[in-house]
Write a protein of this length. Structure first.
Length: 456
């Protein structure tokens, strides 16, 4: 047996695993850490927050969504370890540019570079976890990945606020550099990750036309969803047209950036859809509750934020525990139980007219977080286990894109249904949309396998 095979049987060294988790965590950390620094940035460079939000926040989100699949495919062609290095280099470049930038357009470019790096590191990490971990242990490492990503997103605003208060807003960019240095040091010890996917994959050309169609279409649609008026409709229509053309282009591509045949595999389609649907239920709730308690109940943002922390903490703990549970009960039963648990938690929100304080819905938030937490690892592990090593990067990119699309769809529906949040009753319809997403998520669990076999 080769050295690489031996390492796959044994799993990743703890140091390399830690380095990869830190690398992937830079993406959600960069997404949320800047939020609290926007007022200080605006004051220093002479810009309004309303101008900074689309430049520095929306640009990061759009680039993250549009580049996940191309970033994943890059790893299949050049090697996932190398793609991880490319991603870290982009994040480092964006961080340095953010440290030096003096005006908003350069800051926006810095954010786009950072998002592009995250779009490479996250799929590469998922591919390496799939390829270097025995199949029956994959849910465990994907549970660690989910917990790490959730923790990074949760502590981002807290860390960003602390850095801004103590050292100024540029520290929000500079803080990435020591994390990148540590990640590089740890990851470079896992040499087996730097092999190419295979000679055949390495000789295949990168699908530039398909990548541009996908990135352009997704960018236009997401931007249109955040606009209003005739321009939004025109941009959305053009983006939709590009996305309609995209599958036809991929069928003719030598090495497509998205292989739609993967969606015909039950476990891949089911796992990706479950992750998307649960994001569709969870993320808009995180935006809705602060609005509800502030405008309808007059409760401060700090109190609501403390209650929402229950969901985040429960999701991280559930993700860690869920990775181990899969080894005993299998992905199918676990995703069903997790979806039902989240549905039970959502019951606390079915009568918002009787809710006056955030503490009253904390039990529901705990159950939702726990349910989604234990569902994510087996869903991702089952999806990634259906693809070959040569397609693992593309598969990771597709799953990441589906996750983002679920969140964007949920927040868009929330914006439509919650156009004028004047009273508690106006907040009720989105809750039933979330419940519907979780019901479909539970139904899709039948597409996932039972207990994983002890093979790679």
């Amino acid at each position: 047996m080769s050295v690489a095979a031996n390492e796959r049987q044994a799993g990743l060294p703890p140091s390399a695993l830690t380095g990869m988790l830190l690398s992937a965590a830079l993406a959600p950390l960069g997404s949320t850490m800047i939020a609290v620094a926007l007022p200080r940035i605006g004051h220093d460079i002479g810009a309004n927050i309303s101008d900074l939000t689309p430049w520095l926040v929306s640009s990061y989100l759009i680039a993250s969504i549009a580049l996940q699949s191309p970033g994943g495919k890059l790893g299949d062609l050049i090697g996932h370890g190398r793609a991880l290095m490319v991603g870290l280099s982009l994040v480092a470049s964006g961080s340095v540019l953010g440290l030096l930038a003096r005006e908003v357009h350069l800051l926006a470019l810095a954010r786009i570079l950072m998002a592009s790096g995250g779009a490479s590191t996250v799929p590469a990490t998922m591919a390496i976890l799939r390829n270097q971990t025995p199949q029956d242990k994959r849910a465990r490492v994907f549970g660690l990945l989910g917990a790490c990503l959730g923790l990074a997103a949760a502590i981002g605003p807290l860390l960003g606020g602390e850095l801004t208060e103590r050292f100024g807003w540029r520290a929000v960019f500079g803080a990435n550099l020591p994390v990148i240095a540590v990640s590089l040091l740890l990851v470079l010890r896992g040499r087996a990750m730097f092999t190419k996917a295979g000679d055949a994959s390495a000789r295949q050309p990168f699908d530039w036309p398909g990548s541009l169609l996908l990135a352009g279409g997704l960018t236009m649609v997401v931007v249109a969803l955040r606009m209003s008026g005739g321009t939004a409709w025109q941009l959305g229509a053009l983006g939709t047209l590009l996305l309609i053309v995209f599958p036809f282009r991929e069928r003719r591509a030598v090495s497509p950036v998205v292989d739609f045949s993967l969606l015909r595999r039950g476990a891949f389609f089911g796992g990706g859809s479950i992750v998307a649907l649960q994001n569709m239920a969870m993320y808009p709730l995180l935006f809705q509750l602060p609005v509800f308690f502030d405008r309808v109940r007059g409760v401060g943002a700090r109190t609501t934020g403390q209650a929402l922390l229950a969901l985040t903490v429960a999701m991280m703990l559930g993700s860690m525990a869920g990775g181990r549970m899969t080894e005993f009960i299998g992905a199918r039963l676990q995703t069903l139980l997790g979806s039902l648990l989240a549905l039970v938690g959502l019951w606390w929100f079915t009568n918002l007219s009787s809710v006056h304080l955030p503490t009253e819905v904390m039990p529901g938030l705990l159950l939702i977080g726990l349910g989604i937490g234990i569902t994510s690892p087996p869903s991702q592990a089952a999806s990634m286990s259906t693809v070959s090593r040569e397609q693992s990067g593309m598969a990771g990119g597709m799953l990441s894109t589906m996750r983002y699309i679920g969140g964007v769809a949920g927040t868009t529906i929330l914006g439509v249904l919650l156009h004028r949040p004047s009273d508690a009753s106006s907040h009720q319809p989105p809750i039933f949309v979330y419940a519907g997403a979780l019901v479909v998520s539970a139904a899709l669990s039948v597409l996932l396998p039972g207990r994983m076999r002890k093979t790679v």
